[in-house]
Design a protein around this ligand. Structure first.
Ligand code: R7I
Ligand code: MG
Ligand code: MG
Ligand code: MG
Length: 345
C-alpha cells in the first residue's frame, strides 16, 4: 500500500487552484498563441516581474465549488447531499460573479426552495440534465477523501455531481476525473507512470461504468480513452489534433478526457513550453489548447498535483493567485478527515 502524504493533497488542490486562476485569463479563446503564453508563464514564475496589473489572479466557479465539496466532506466526515447543496447555494449567492455556467445558476435558485437536493438538477435541459463539466471540475476533493475505497469514491462523486448535473455524460465525466485523480495519487512514485497501463486500467473502470451503453457509442468515455492513447503514441500530435480528437469545450465529454491527455502528455517536455516544472507545464499546456481553459487546466492540474505533490508546486507562481493559504489549509483538513471518515446513517 503506497504511503499517501498530505503534500499530495496540497499538490492536488493547489495545482487545481493554479489551473483555474491562470486558465481564467484565457477562458473562451479558441486559440492561444504558444509564444505569448510561454512569455506570460516566464513572467509569472519570475520573482523580479511585478505584474501589478494582473495579480492577484482571481479564482472562478471551479474553485468556488471545489471548496464547497471539500468543506462539506470535512464537516460531515461523509457525503451529505443537503449540506453540500446548501454550501453550493450560499457560496454562489455570496459571490455570484465568478463565471458560473449559464444554466447551473437556475439550479441554485431552485435549491433554495425545494427539499429534494437532486430535483432541480434533474429538471435542467427539459429533463435530460446538464452535461456541462461543472461536476468534474470540482470533484478532486471527493477523490482524495475516498481514495481508499474506489466504489465509495465513485458513489460520492456521482452523488456530489448530481446536485447540479444529472446527464449521464456529466456524471460519468466526473467519475473519470475522480478515477484519474485517485490513480495519480496512488501511483508508485519510484518509477515513471506508464501511460498505456494508466489508460488501460481507467478503461476497465469506465467500461464497467458505461456497461449499459451501445458498444459503438461514439460519445463514450471508453472510446475517448483510446483516442488519448493514439494521440500520445503519435509524436507529431499538434494542439489542433488534440482539439479535433478530444475537444476543449464546456461539455464534460469535450473536456475531461482532454485534461487527462494533458496530464499524461505533460509528464514529458513539450516543444514551445520552456518551463520544466511538470505541474506548471501541465497547466500551461492545458491553456495552450484554448476553449474552456480554466476548467481543463484545473482538472489536469488536480491530477498532476496529486501525482507530483507539493514539492513541484512553483512557489512564485502560487504567489500570484487568490486563495492559496485557504486552499493549502483545506488540503490539510481534508487529509485529516480521511482518517476520521465514516457515515453513521
Ligand atoms: O457545467 P457548468 O457548471 O459549467 C461549468 C463551466 C466551466 O467552464 C466553468 O469554468 C464555467 O465557465 O462554466 O454549468 P451548466 O450551466 O450546467 O453547463 C454549462 C453549459 O453547458 C450550459 O450553459 C450549456 O451551454 C451547456 N450544456 C448543454 N447544452 C445543451 N444541452 C450543458 N448541458 C447541456 C445540454 O443538455
Ligand atoms: Mg470557471
Ligand atoms: Mg464561463
Ligand atoms: Mg471553465
Amino acid at each position: 500500500v503506497p504511503n499517501i502524504t498530505v503534500d499530495q493533497f496540497k499538490g492536488c488542490l493547489l495545482a487545481a487552484l493554479l489551473g483555474d486562476c491562470i486558465g481564467a485569463l484565457f477562458e473562451g479563446k479558441q486559440e492561444v498563441p504558444m509564444e505569448d503564453l510561454d512569455d506570460l508563464f516566464q513572467d509569472l514564475v519570475n520573482e523580479e516581474s511585478t505584474l501589478d496589473q494582473l495579480v492577484p489572479l482571481e479564482y472562478t466557479d471551479d474553485t468556488a465549488m471545489l471548496k464547497s465539496v471539500a468543506e462539506s466532506l470535512i464537516r460531515n466526515k461523509c457525503f451529505k447531499a443537503t449540506d453540500m447543496a446548501n454550501m453550493f447555494v450560499s457560496e454562489y449567492f455570496e459571490s455570484p460573479g465568478r463565471g458560473y455556467g449559464q444554466s447551473v445558476v437556475d439550479v441554485f435558485a431552485k435549491l433554495k426552495k425545494v427539499s429534494d437536493p437532486f430535483q432541480p438538477a434533474r429538471e435542467q435541459f427539459s429533463g435530460s440534465g446538464s452535461y456541462g463539466n461543472g461536476g468534474a471540475m470540482r470533484i478532486a476533493p471527493a477523490a482524495l477523501f475516498a481514495h481508499q475505497n474506489t466504489q465509495h469514491m465513485l458513489d460520492i462523486a456521482a452523488q456530489a455531481t448530481k446536485i447540479t448535473h444529472t446527464n449521464r455524460l456529466g456524471v460519468h465525466g466526473a467519475l473519470l476525473q475522480a478515477l484519474a485523480v485517485q490513480k495519480a495519487l496512488l501511483a508508485d512514485k519510484r518509477k515513471p507512470i506508464d501511460s498505456k497501463t494508466f489508460l488501460t486500467e481507467l478503461k476497465k473502470e469506465m467500461k464497467s461504468i458505461e456497461k449499459d451503453l451501445d458498444k459503438d457509442e461514439d460519445e463514450s468515455y471508453t472510446n475517448k480513452l483510446d483516442k488519448i492513447r493514439h494521440l500520445l503514441n503519435d509524436s507529431k500530435t499538434s494542439v489542433k489534433d488534440v482539439v479535433r480528437a478530444l475537444g476543449h469545450g464546456i461539455a464534460a465529454h469535450e473536456s475531461v478526457p482532454t485534461a487527462l491527455y494533458v496530464f499524461l502528455r505533460s509528464l514529458q517536455p513539450i516543444p514551445g513550453i520552456e518551463c520544466d516544472n511538470p505541474v506548471s507545464r501541465t497547466i500551461q499546456y492545458a491553456i495552450a489548447l484554448g476553449g474552456d481553459t480554466d476548467t481543463i487546466a484545473t482538472m489536469a492540474g488536480a491530477i498532476a498535483g496529486a501525482y507530483h505533490g507539493l514539492e513541484h508546486i512553483d512557489r512564485v507562481l502560487l504567489g500570484r493567485v487568490e486563495g492559496k493559504e485557504y486552499i493549502e489549509d483545506l488540503a490539510v483538513r481534508l487529509f485529516d478527515a480521511v482518517e476520521k471518515s465514516g457515515c453513521s446513517e
